[in-house]
Ligand binder design. Structure first.
Ligand code: NAD
Ligand code: MG
Length: 403
């Protein structure tokens, strides 16, 4: 039986993964090793009982008691904290879903590669912060990394049987998020509730806000470069409000291969779970006649500067990816806490990168996960200083006062 683990089982991707495992036979078809989550211990315990996991781990020590109570009599072990997450990742598994959000997902994913199995990678931050290291670690252990991002799964599928050397360009599509047509002055005043209300995809809070700011697409540009090794100038972004075409790959003969489907991550998760085979998934089927039209437009670089920042990061390389992701996470924390305006996030990230660059802190490519985490830490501290120091001016051009 295939041994599987899910890091971030209680999140949006995690719940969809549990759903697919259950539909494919659950505990009778898979030996579930570890499930991890955060504060939602009731859900984590329910998942662990249903799938008869060996161990359930909450990231928070203060949640351990509640988790123990929720698992009483189930035979599932309970554990908590960062070291328990790593220990869970050390338990051998053939297929591991990496679906913790943010840089917190790096260390468990790296550890899981040691088993030489498959890492289904939803945690795009791992590739942004540490792409070359992650890929070399996978190669060292004979492990396979499969992308679990709708665009990257689409590209991966379009490349089946193709020679990567014949790829002329890759087009990532972006819904444009809830603020696609908002003027700059309204963007500056966007609230948290408005930013999380994604028009097409139901996702975790943080990636939903990143979609609204296009930071998600910025991370995905870097993810594309790192995972597929495609030069930045060959990667394009198109706004496509219907979120039906997930990505396109253009070949030397001018052909464009597109992947179409409804906006349901169980497409990409199911593909990674069953690869190289395909199996039935419960996703709704597209009705193109009912849809009628698909539209595409260029992204606006003025209202959404995140894409430009990603291109600068790809030019700098070195530690820039780790710093970019960390600075973005801090700016996002401040926006969620109501201390930073929506449109000011990009400025805070840009200023953080500028300060780190001016000090020469990003020139050397990290050669270990510890070095990645050092850059991550440095960028978090610097971003905190940038945001604290800028005060009212950081609410964005039209912001005026703190929002
Ligand atoms: P989410 O917020 O819904 O869930 C995150 C999971 O990680 C939860 O189980 C949470 O408990 C856990 N977690 C959060 N912080 C943690 C920490 N510090 N330590 C340990 N565990 C922690 O997020 P999501 O939307 O499921 O996204 C997960 C990952 O997948 C992200 O990297 C995201 O970019 C990527 N992704 C998500 C989608 C989507 O549709 N949701 C699509 C593509 C890629
Ligand atoms: Mg995506």
């Amino acid at each position: 039986m295939r041994k599987v683990s899910i890091f971030g089982a209680t999140g949006s991707i995690g719940v969809s993964t549990v759903d697919l495992l259950a539909r494919q036979g659950g505990a009778a078809a898979f030996e579930v090793v570890a499930l991890t989550g955060g504060r939602n211990v009731a859900l984590l315990a329910e998942q662990a009982r249903t799938l008869r996991a060996q161990i359930a781990v909450t990231a928070h020590e203060d949640c351990l008691n509640d988790l123990r109570i929720a698992l009483a009599g189930s035979g599932v072990e309970a554990a908590a904290g960062q070291s328990a997450l790593i220990e869970a990742a050390d338990r051998p598994a053939d297929w591991v879903m990496s679906a913790i959000v943010g840089a917190a997902g790096l260390a468990p994913g790296f550890r899981a590669l040691r088993h030489g199995g498959t890492l289904a990678l939803a945690n795009k931050e791992s590739l942004v912060a540490a792409g070359p290291l992650l890929l070399s670690e996978a190669a060292r252990h004979g492990a396979t990394i499969l992308p679990v991002d709708s665009e990257h799964s689409a590209i991966f599928q379009a490349l089946v049987g193709e020679d990567i050397a014949t790829v002329e360009r890759v087009i990532l599509t972006a819904s444009g998020g809830p603020f696609r047509d908002w003027p700059a002055e309204r963007l500056a005043r966007a609230t948290l509730a408005e930013a999380v209300a994604h028009p097409n995809w139901a996702m975790g809070q943080r990636i939903s806000i990143d979609s609204a700011s296009m930071f998600n697409k910025a991370l995905e540009l870097i993810e594309t470069r790192e995972y597929f090794g495609i030069a930045p100038e060959r990667i394009e972004v198109l706004v496509h409000p219907q979120s039906v075409v997930h990505a396109l790959v253009g070949f030397a003969d001018g052909a464009l291969m597109a992947h179409l489907g409804v906006a349901d991550m169980r497409h990409a998760i199911g593909y990674a779970l069953n690869w190289p085979a395909r199996r039935e998934t419960p996703v709704a089927r597209l009705d193109l006649a009912a849809l009628g039209q698909l539209s595409f437009m260029a992204p606006d670089p003025v209202r959404f500067p995140a894409l430009r920042l990603a291109r600068e990061v790809m030019e700098t390389r070195g530690g820039a990816g780790a710093a970019f992701n960390a600075a973005k996470e801090i700016a996002l924390d401040h926006f969620i806490a109501g201390r930073l305006g929506f449109a000011a996030m990009a400025g805070a990230v840009e200023e953080t990168l500028a300060r780190l660059n001016a000090r020469g802190d990003l020139t050397i490519a990290p050669s270990s996960l510890d070095q990645v985490l050092e850059i991550d830490h440095l960028a978090r501290v610097t971003a905190g200083e940038v945001i604290a120091g800028a005060g009212a001016t950081m609410t964005g051009k039209a912001g005026g006062k703190r929002v």
